[in-house]
Write a protein of this length. Structure first.
Length: 209
């Protein structure tokens, strides 16, 4: 019975997670009606390059165990907020897009290898990813945007998304069957492949490739 409840809870959480990820056109239609908070909350979910590393970060944290993973739940949204605040006072660094995609590939590779990271290394990765994504979301604001509401929305959705994805990954790994870590590692390899491909395109567009 306990196992059945756990599986049902995992399935329900996964369904809720996917329900939080609307299509691009629908998201932009909704955010024009519901204000700058909802605009900030929906904005990162319409960017594939942000959603992928958020998922990969949650899975990587789950591989470290719940005691270590819980620190990501605290560090990541705080870094998102800090990155958004920095976008208000600093010009966009030219390396930000490449660095963001490189972090996608790095996080995916870490998941694929099922790396056991020290807490400090995991936090550096979570904070770096949060700062870059927070900055990119903050830079998307226009002159009429309420900055506090928009960045609050980004921070709240970052916390909710990573917390839910992490909980699903931990519950999934706790289930019976040695195939479960392998399945998540395979997903990590796909994230890494996408990150490497997009990174190559970024470098080629800059004349580096």
């Amino acid at each position: 019975m306990t196992r059945l409840v756990r599986r049902a809870g995992t399935a329900g959480a996964l369904a809720f997670l996917f329900a939080l990820t609307p299509g691009l056109a629908h998201a932009h239609l909704v955010d024009t009606r519901l204000g700058d908070f909802y605009s900030g909350a929906l904005h990162p979910l319409t960017d594939f390059e942000q959603v992928l590393p958020w998922l990969a970060l949650a899975v990587l944290a789950a591989f470290q165990g719940p005691r270590v993973a819980r620190w990501v739940v605290l560090a990541f949204p705080l870094a998102l907020a800090a990155g958004g605040a920095l976008s208000l006072v600093l010009p966009p660094p030219p390396f930000a897009p490449v660095a963001g995609v490189a972090l996608v590939a790095l996080t995916g590779l870490a998941v694929a290898a099922q790396l056991r990271l020290p807490l400090a290394a995991l936090l550096v990765l979570a904070v770096g990813l949060g700062l870059l994504d927070g900055y990119q979301n903050g830079a998307a604001m226009v002159a009429t945007t309420d900055r506090f509401l928009f960045l609050s929305g980004v921070t709240v959705i970052g916390y909710a998304f990573v917390t839910l994805a992490l909980g699903c990954a931990v519950a999934f790994l706790a289930g019976v069957g040695g195939w479960r870590p392998i399945a998540l590692r395979a997903a990590g390899s796909w994230v890494a492949a996408v990150g490497i491909m997009v990174l190559g395109l970024h470098l080629m567009s800059r004349g580096v490739g």
